[in-house]
Design a protein around this ligand. Structure first.
Ligand SMILES: NC(=O)CC[C@H](N)C(=O)O
Length: 699
């Protein structure tokens, strides 16, 4: 490391301080207005910004620029253009215009559109998002953009995210003005997205077709040791893993990604990185960069980084916990209860707005995290169940109880905690414990949405959350806007009580994994949408279409397109998994199995010739392997036949349901004899590495 960290941090970012330095004052001011408050930008300003950006980028070794966007594939997209502009004398100059900065025209034909346009309609536009800073990576200037079709419909995740942030801002500011905060002109939704991942040896990774093609293991007997000792969680970092994490931090810091925390996670070979929270759209961009860098840096360190939600059966999967809050331009965190939450009207209003939003749109929140990968993760191993509920913790539960019973409540003194050894410090106890099984947990001054999966774009859940809360806030505004001042406080608590009455069914502080909770949740009328095909029809429910269209998040055709893309993506993912499994079982596993069986058979024949009898462990192994081989044959035949049926299904929902209920089940059934047989084979008989090698070989 040749630079100090403050010097290195953001050194490849065209950030606010670079803009301040490089742009004329009036241009800087106009740009700031656009990026903060959405004021429109004229071409002169864009030209000046583009020239300054280009000069800065070229100084830092960039030769190209790209509009960087997030189509509905869930990953990012880019097309690089060089700055060169040939002159008639055979020379070139480096040029970049305001027009090129503001608008791009990538060929959009091969991106998923879910029927928003026909395949022959190729044109799409990218539009600069000045609220997320440009940066340099691998000699190219990256310009964060939104992506839309020729007719202006969103073909990406950024556009609806920005729309949802604006909707929430508008409603929140209205409510805050009603509460007397006249100095508030703007609120930001902030996100800190914890990112879990697995690291495995690159050579081992390359030997597993399932990891290469699908990101998860489709077969594999469990290792003798899993995570039961819980010794990996927060365990000492292995030297090489620590070097990787160090390198990763540096790469992210250069890009202005505020990577803050790193540690080993619960499963063997699993880790986590958490950033400091940032404005939602910047945080979404930075999370995409984090995932990309995790993979790139892993490659340099001879690792493979797995971002799949459930790469290994039997141990924890990986999530992307979304820490969400609301902050005003005056730096007030609207979800901070302060020292006296019962009397903190502002906090209570935003708390109840969130509670009612989560209750009203549980189905949409579930859909926002539904994917073939994440569906394997939810409901076990510290990932929340598919039933959405909210954990508020003891202190807030008491406050809400008081509101519910129209009882007043004294300010509760903070509890000092003593650990019992004089040498150790006393400290103030947190108002709430944590609850790992809760999908939506209050953690002191923010909510942690624990359902999002590690590979998903965190844009999706935040679009829903922002919009749903905007809608609750609008209801609150409507209920309070004409209340005379002297009755205001009374009416606020009356309204809070009413909202609590209507929505307290979503509150649950217990263990979300128990059957008793699932029963209870059913009685309370909460959704239990177990899989993507179970959940997705709700995306088009009338109340949800009304929400999206009212706040201009999605048009009806954008809703249809997202519905189709989600289903298509789900079916295609499982289709590829099924074909990969068939391929691996037929071409990798069974040849190894037959070879080993042949060897045991030969050994038995020799033994028989020698001893005249063939009783013993070897015979038992051969018989058991033979039984597995028969079951594999049946399992393969069924899976192959059902895949054919699935391919023939034309209705996208019916197809996804078939993949869920038939193909996944076939795959589970086939896995049983394969894993049973694998556990009887010597490791070297297999052409690919086993779970113990994958999970325990890192140094
Ligand atoms: N320690 C944790 O928070 C584990 C979380 C878990 N890995 C998940 O899937 O969400």
């Amino acid at each position: 490391m040749d630079k100090s960290i403050p010097e290195m941090y953001g050194s490849l970012v065209f950030n606010d301080s670079v803009m301040k330095e490089k742009l004329p004052k009036d241009v800087y001011r106009k740009l700031h207005k656009t990026s903060k408050y959405g004021a429109s930008l004229d071409l002169d300003v864009a030209n000046t910004v583009a020239a300054a950006m280009k000069n800065w980028a070229v100084e830092h070794g960039a030769t190209h620029f790209t509009h960087w966007f997030q189509p509905m594939t869930g990953v990012t997209a880019e097309k690089h253009d060089s700055f060169i502009s040939p002159r008639s004398n055979g020379e070139v100059i480096m040029e970049f215009s305001g027009k090129e900065l503001v608008k791009g025209e990538p060929d959009a034909s091969s991106f998923p559109s879910g029927g928003l346009r026909a395949t022959f309609e190729a044109r799409g536009y990218t539009a600069w998002d000045p609220s997320s800073p440009a940066f340099i990576k691998d000699g190219t200037l990256y310009i964060p953009t939104a992506f839309c079709s020729y007719s202006g419909e969103a073909l990406d995740k950024k556009t609806p995210l920005l729309r949802s942030m604006e909707a929430l801002n508008e409603q929140a500011v209205k409510v805050l003005h009603l509460l007397g905060y006249d100095d508030v002109t703007h609120i930001d939704t902030t996100i800190g997205s914890e990112q879990e991942y697995f690291l495995i040896d690159k050579d081992l990774y390359k030997k597993r077709k399932d990891l290469l093609l699908t990101g998860r293991t489709l077969i594999g007997a469990p290792a003798p040791k899993g995570q039961e000792m819980e010794d990996h969680y927060f365990g000492v970092l292995k030297p090489k893993v620590s070097e990787y994490m160090h390198d990763l931090d540096e790469e992210l810091w250069k890009l202005g990604v505020p990577a803050k925390t790193k540690h080993n996670e619960v499963a063997p070979a699993q880790h986590e990185l958490a950033p400091v929270f940032e404005t939602a759209n910047v945080a979404v961009d930075h999370n995409q960069l984090t995932m990309e860098m995790m993979k790139k840096v892993a490659d340099k360190h001879h690792y493979a980084c797995l971002l799949h939600e459930k790469p290994f059966a039997g141990v924890n999967g990986s999530g992307k916990h979304d820490n969400w809050s609301l902050v005003t331009n005056t730096k007030m965190n609207l979800l901070d209860p302060g020292s006296d939450p019962y009397h903190n009207k502002t906090f209570l209003i935003f708390l109840l707005a969130t509670i009612s939003a989560v209750d009203n749109y549980q189905d949409l929140l579930r859909i926002s995290v539904a994917s073939a990968g994440n569906d394997h993760r939810l409901g076990a191993n510290e990932a929340p169940p598919a039933v959405v509920s909210i954990f508020v913790g003891d202190e807030l539960a008491k406050v809400l109880d008081a509101i519910d019973h129209e009882a007043s409540m004294e300010k509760t003194e903070k509890t000092e905690m003593s650990i019992g050894a004089a040498v150790l410090p006393n400290f103030v106890k947190d108002p709430t414990d944590r609850n790992r099984t809760s999908p939506f947990a209050f953690t002191g001054n923010k909510f942690e949405f624990r359902m999002p999966g590690s590979s998903l774009s965190v844009a999706d859940p935040n679009i829903i959350l922002n919009t749903a809360v905007a809608s609750s806030l609008e209801d609150i505004y409507e209920a309070l806007k004409d209340v005379p001042e002297e009755e205001f406080d009374h009416e606020v608590y009356k309204l809070l009580k009413k909202m609590l009455d209507e929505h307290k069914r979503i509150l649950f502080n217990g263990n979300g994994y128990t059957d008793a909770w699932l029963e209870e949740a059913k009685k309370r009328g909460l959704y239990n949408l177990k899989s993507l095909p179970d959940a997705l029809p709700q995306f088009k429910a009338e109340k949800n279409v009304d929400l999206f269209t009212k706040y201009h998040i999605f048009t009806e055709s954008e809703i249809d397109s997202r519905y189709e893309i989600k289903l298509e993506n789900y079916s295609k993912t499982i289709h590829i998994e099924a074909l990969t499994m068939i391929d691996m079982v037929k071409r990798d596993f069974t040849p190894a199995l037959f070879k080993y069986m042949k060897a045991v058979e030969g050994e038995l024949l020799d033994k028989k010739a020698l001893l005249g009898s063939v009783d013993g462990y070897d015979l038992r192994v051969l018989k058991e392997l033979d039984a597995c081989s028969k079951a594999i044959d049946e399992g393969l035949a069924k899976l192959e036949a059902d895949v054919k049926k699935a391919e023939g299904e034309v209705d996208s929902l019916a197809q996804a349901e078939f993949y869920h209920s038939v193909i996944l089940k076939d795959m589970d059934d086939l896995r049983v004899p394969v894993d049973t047989a694998e556990a009887k084979l010597p490791s070297e008989a297999l052409p690919y590495p086993t779970y113990d090698q994958l999970l325990f070989s890192l140094r």
